[in-house]
Structure formats: structure tokens, C-alpha cells
Ligand binder design. Structure first.
Ligand code: ADP
Ligand code: MG
Length: 511
């Protein structure tokens, strides 16, 4: 109402007036033409070249004409949902823009992010039958920190540390990651220990390359993913000896080989620190997906790569919920880096055959704005995909409830955004900052969006629009993290027997 507007701007208005003021963002222009059949059609394009003048008449667009503006189901598109207030006009997203140039899904907890991600993936999976392709094999990898996505996809491949179906062996780690693992964060600066690890790693890798894989060691670096024997640090004394002889096997042996010949305990301390850490990693049940020793016979690499990109292409859900926090970063880093390296070493022709979508839930954990050393490796791996992934055929779908805590450089690499309700002011401010200028008007409505309702902007969107993400059936939705108190408290509670089992689980640190 004009009267309200004037009151807001401190103008005393005449109370009787019922004039209205419309604030409009101009986003495109269209021209009516005739199609080949002589029917009128609106040719609509984004961007404005001719601006309307004051006093010109404004018309509403009838629903029958909205389809000219919102686009048709043509080309490589998937349906995300419907345009709000359009009487059900479907909202399509350009598939190649959406995946190839990275997309961010942002919104507060409970706004429907996981639902939106599932909706996108279901639409991707259905695209094969919608377009009647004889073959349709999307390659999608979801990093799933809450173990929620398995439920949403009937046919998926579950990669989990709990069941041993996820294996990310220690030898895949490059030098930096190995150092990060073997030397505690606090001792990161300990150069002498870093050197010990570096030399040992090079020597252990060289040995396997020469003896087993028949590769030319002079062409390899310390970062090359060559499997190596770990050896066993159990029972070694402070000089790396067991019953008077120096232990020589694998990486442990390669560490021992660098020890001084003297028996001065102080000179041996750095070696022992590294070995003690290695020993505790090997004995940690939760880390068996990483520390399971290589037996030194067959090259495990092909099998390992197959688990991420094998022939049976399905949605792969990497359940990271059982991985302890201090290695979750390393685990995601290894996955992201392995994917990226695979793509880098493929020929352009090979890349065309197998583009991959990497879904990164809780992105603020992996690519935080303020560098947390724990996740440093994951951060640089995902940053690299964000910056260069599109060249190699890796698309990113970044999901976060704390947009302001996601590294800005990574977020700004996204070319499309699906922004659900954002209740926190600083997050809203941040979203406004990353979106293209012309869209900032849209961000005003972010706090008032309903569940599943989103602003969809960017290159994958025909137009910046307000949409309702498609409604999924219960079995297509991820597992809800919401615990129902009302239902829960109607139960008799936990028995002593169950508590006993629980304690064991806790003690073994195993579910
Ligand atoms: N596309 C959807 N279709 C149907 N229900 C949905 C959809 N998206 C969200 N929901 C409902 O909303 C709840 C919260 O959504 P969720 O995606 O888990 O939020 P977030 O991931 O943002 O915390 C879900 O448990 C589900 O019941
Ligand atoms: Mg969620």
C-alpha cells in the first residue's frame, strides 16, 4: 500500500488513499512473434536492454503465458520442482550447468537441504527414462557424514567403515597426509620427524615398486600411490630392536634404518615418537579401513579404484558417520583427491565417458572459512575440485547450513545456488554476498521461506526463481535425524541388557 510505504519513509500520507506501489526487479524481456503454425509465441530472454519508462502500463502475466518464460522441458534438463505462485509450472534446471559448474545447496537446519539433494539425485536418476535413453548410468558419490542417504536410494552402493566396505588404505596418502597422520597436529613443525617419515616413505614405496609392481623407481615421487608394507612396531625397544636385532620390515624397518648407530636414548626419541603413533593407529579398531596392512603381493590399486568408480555405476553413499572426527577429514581428502587424480590422468576422451558428481554434505566441515588444520587436507582437495573440477568432469554439489562458515573461494566457484530458508542474519548476509548482484533482491525473502521452498538462481536456472522442491515419498527421502520425543517416551525405555551391549560398543568404539 502506498500509505504504508510512505509511513515507512517518514512521509505523512493521506489516510484515504488505496494506491499501491510495486517494487520490481527487471530480469528479462520478451517479444511476441508467430511460430511456424501461425500461433503467437513469446520469445523470452534473460537480461534487459530496453527499460520501461515511468507512466507505462503494467500487465500481469497469465499462467498460460508463464511457460514461455519459465522454459520448456527441452534439452538436457531435470525437473527440480515447481515455480511458486505459477499454478504448478514445472521448474527445470539445466543438467550440465547444474553439475558441471558446481552448485551450492544452502539453508538452515530443517529447511529441506537433504530433501533437495535427494530430489536432485532422483531427478537425475529418472532422466534416463524421461529422455528414453537406452542406457543411463549416472556416477554420483555422496560424502554422507550422518549416514542418512542410504535410505533415499533403493539401489545404491554403500561404502562404510563399519562394515569394511570402504577401504582407503594408508598407502594412498601422499607425503603431507602421511605426515599429518603420523605426527600429531601439535608437533607438525617437527622437521626432524617429518624427514624421518619422508625418507622412510620413499624407501618403502621404492621397494614395493621395484620388487612387486615392476615400476621404474627413478620415475616415481614420494607422493605416488605405491602400496608399501607397513611392518609391525609391536614390542620394539627404544632402539628399534627386538631380541637384540634391529627390525627391518616395511615402513617400520625403513624408519629404523635411519637411526643413529649409537645407543644414546635421546638420539632415538624422534624415531620412537613416530613409531608409537603408528602403533596406536594400527591398533585403533576404528581405523582399520585405513591401517589394514598390505601383504606385499598383488597390486591392490585396481580394486580400490573400482570401489569409487567401478563398472556398476550407481549412487555411492560413503557413510562417514563411523569415522572418528580426527580422520574424517583425511578420509574425505583421500576420496576427493583420488577422484581428482583419476580424472587428471585420464585422457580427454576417457573423461567424456565418465563424468562424476561429488556431493559434499556439511561442506562447512570440510572447507571451513577459518583453516582448521584437522581438515586441511580435505580442504585443499575439495578446493582443487571446485577450482578445476569442471575441466576434468567432476561436478560438486556443496551442501551447508552455515554458508558463512564455508570457505568463500569455494562457494564463489559455484555457478548455481539453491537457497532454502536461512534464518540466521549473518548467513543471510553472506549469501547475499556470494550471489550475483542482480539477485540480491531475492535474498530479502530468505527468512520467510517454507520448508522445501527455495530461491533458485544461477546459470542452471532458466530465470532466477522462487521454487518448491519436488515432494518426495517417504522412501525417497533421507533418514530423518529428528528424534520423535512424543513417540520415544511411549516406550518402556532401555533395559539393563541393552545398556550392557551399549557399553561394549562404546568400549570397542565399534557399532
Ligand atoms: N523434497 C521433500 N519432499 C518431502 N519432504 C521433504 C522434502 N524435503 C524435506 N522434507 C521433510 O522435511 C524434513 C527436514 O528436511 P531435511 O532435508 O532433512 O532438512 P535439512 O537437511 O535442511 O536439515 C525431512 O525430514 C522431510 O520430512
Ligand atoms: Mg540435512
Amino acid at each position: 500500500m502506498k500509505a504504508d510505504y510512505e509511513a515507512e519513509h517518514g512521509v505523512v500520507s493521506r489516510p484515504s488513499t488505496d494506491e499501491r506501489i510495486v517494487e520490481a526487479d527487471l530480469f528479462g524481456e520478451g517479444e511476441w512473434t508467430l511460430d511456424s503454425g501461425g500461433n503467437p509465441k513469446l520469445e523470452f530472454e534473460r537480461g534487459v536492454a530496453t527499460y520501461p519508462l515511468p507512466q507505462q502500463t503494467v500487465y500481469l502475466t497469465p499462467k498460460s503465458e508463464l511457460r514461455f518464460i519459465y522454459g520448456h522441458r527441452k534439452g538436457a534438463v531435470i525437473q527440480l520442482g515447481e515455480h511458486v505462485g505459477s499454478g504448478g509450472a514445472p521448474c527445470y534446471a539445466d543438467l550440465n550447468e547444474l553439475l558441471g559448474k558446481h552448485t551450492a545447496v544452502l539453508g538452515s537446519t530443517g529447511s529441506g537441504k537433504s530433501g533437495a539433494v535427494s530430489a536432485i539425485i532422483h531427478s537425475l536418476l529418472e532422466r534416463g527414462s524421461v529422455a528414453e535413453y537406452p542406457e543411463w548410468k549416472p556416477q554420483i558419490i555422496i560424502l554422507d557424514p550422518h549416514n542418512e542417504y542410504g535410505k533415499a536410494f533403493k539401489e545404491h552402493k554403500r561404502l562404510s567403515t563399519d562394515e569394511g566396505s570402504l577401504s582407503l588404505p594408508y598407502w594412498l596418502l601422499n607425503l603431507d597426509e602421511t605426515i599429518g597422520l603420523l605426527i600429531g597436529k601439535t608437533e607438525y613443525a617437527a622437521t626432524s620427524q617429518s624427514n624421518i617419515v619422508k625418507n622412510a616413505l620413499l624407501s618403502a614405496r621404492t621397494k614395493a615398486a621395484t620388487d612387486v609392481l615392476e615400476l621404474d623407481p627413478t620415475k616415481l615421487t614420494v607422493d605416488a600411490p605405491i602400496p608399501y608394507v607397513l611392518g609391525d612396531p609391536t614390542g620394539l625397544d627404544e632402539f628399534g630392536e627386538i631380541s637384540g636385532t634391529r627390525y627391518e620390515n616395511g615402513l617400520v624397518g625403513a624408519i629404523n634404518a635411519q637411526r643413529p648407530t649409537n645407543k644414546n636414548k635421546k638420539d632415538h626419541e624422534d624415531y620412537n615418537k613416530v613409531l608409537r603413533k603408528l602403533d596406536s593407529l594400527i591398533k585403533d579398531q576404528r581405523l582399520s579401513f585405513m591401517m589394514k596392512p598390505w601383504d606385499g603381493t598383488v597390486d591392490p590399486m585396481p580394486n580400490l579404484l573400482a570401489q569409487l568408480l567401478g563398472g556398476d555405476r550407481t549412487v555411492r553413499v560413503v557413510d562417514l558417520s563411523g569415522v572418528p572426527d580426527e580422520v574424517a577429514g583425511t578420509a574425505s581428502a583421500v576420496i576427493a583427491r583420488t577422484l581428482f587424480s583419476l580424472k587428471v590422468w585420464q585422457t580427454p576422451a576417457e573423461r567424456e565417458l565418465s563424468p562424476v558428481l561429488l556431493v559434499c554434505e556439511e561442506a562447512h566441515r570440510y572447507v571451513p572459512n577459518s583453516g582448521e588444520a584437522q581438515y586441511e587436507a580435505a580442504q585443499s582437495a575439495i578446493r582443487r575440485i571446485a577450482k578445476e573440477g569442471r575441466k576434468y568432469g567432476i561436478g560438486l554439489l556443496l551442501v551447508s547450513q552455515r554458508p558463512s562458515e564455508v570457505e568463500s573461494t569455494v562457494l564463489s566457484q559455484c555457478n548455481s545456488w539453491i537457497v532454502l530458508r536461512v534464518s540466521n542474519e549473518s548467513d543471510r548476509e553472506h549469501v547475499r554476498g556470494v550471489l550475483p548482484d542482480s539477485m540480491s533482491g531475492l535474498t530479502k525473502m530468505l527468512s520467510g521461506l517454507r520448508r522445501r521452498e527455495a530461491i533458485f538462481v544461477g546459470q542452471a536456472a532458466m530465470l532466477p526463481s522462487r521454487i518448491m522442491i519436488r515432494d518426495l515419498q517417504n522412501e525417497q527421502l533421507p533418514k530423518s535425524n529428528d528424534i520423535d520425543f512424543d513417540r520415544g517416551w511411549q516406550n518402556p525405555g532401555i533395559s539393563e541388557e541393552q545398556l550392557k551391549i551399549l557399553s561394549t560398543r562404546w568400549r570397542y568404539q565399534q557399532r
